[in-house]
Design a protein around this ligand. Structure first.
Ligand SMILES: [Zn+2]
Length: 146
């Protein structure tokens, strides 16, 4: 089992723990945009989502990887709101969309970030890090997560 398959199995278990049992979550081979460790994209009409993991994700320590995964899974709880925001541009126009979208982006990240700390504690430590526990310090610079 390669690291991506291990991550997919881990994410499926984590999704069960975080009450996302209805979702099927794939781990894409493509990279997330910008400087994100990871991102998640939900299907608009199916209980399916795709998580993309950056090269840097694999170099994070297990506890950091666990929190990143918790963060992405928390976003799935708000997939319906995300869809609502995306619909605003075609229905209300770009001014309304820009206002709501910019606030939604910040607030959904704040929520996912804050909740990822306590909720990650419910998950086991993953075993697909390329960094041995305690031998390398996690990167100090904090990346924006999608
Ligand atoms: Zn996020």
């Amino acid at each position: 089992m390669d690291k991506r398959e291990k991550a997919k199995a881990y994410i499926a278990d984590a999704a069960n723990t975080l009450n996302l049992k209805q979702w099927t979550i794939n781990v894409s081979e493509t990279l997330p945009p910008d400087d994100a460790y990871a991102d998640v994209e939900a299907s608009t009409n199916l209980w399916q989502a795709t998580i993309r993991l950056s090269e840097d994700f694999w170099k994070e320590k297990p506890d950091s990887q666990r929190r990143i995964i918790a963060h992405e899974l928390i976003h799935l709880h708000y997939a319906g709101v995300e869809r609502l925001v995306e619909q605003l541009e075609s229905s209300l126009g770009s001014i309304a969309f820009d206002i709501v979208n910019s606030i939604w982006d910040v607030e959904s990240e704040r929520g996912a970030d804050a909740l990822s700390f306590p909720l990650a504690e419910l998950l086991p430590l993953p075993e697909f890090s390329e960094v041995k526990n305690g031998t390398k310090e996690a990167r100090k610079t904090r990346k924006r997560k999608a």
